[in-house]
Design a protein around this ligand. Structure first.
Ligand code: CU
Length: 68
């Protein structure tokens, strides 16, 4: 399953790295790609292994709450 989150606090490559690494470290996530210009992150995950809420929480934990 693929989901795109809008993450307004992404503003540079450092943010992109943090957000991407954070999501990739969550069990059940197979891919994560953030975009500093669009301020979004595309996440590919197995819905049987991880919930969307868990992904949101992981983002909140590192200071990048999703806006959608
Ligand atoms: Cu930044």
């Amino acid at each position: 399953m693929k989901r795109t989150f809008s993450v307004p606090r992404i503003h540079c490559d450092g943010c992109v790295r943090t957000v991407t690494e954070t999501l990739k470290s969550v069990s059940g996530v197979t891919a994560a790609e953030a975009d500093a210009l669009k301020k979004t992150v595309d996440v590919v995950f197995d819905p049987a292994a991880v919930t969307e809420e868990r992904l949101r929480q992981a983002l909140v934990n590192v200071g990048y709450p999703a806006a959608n």
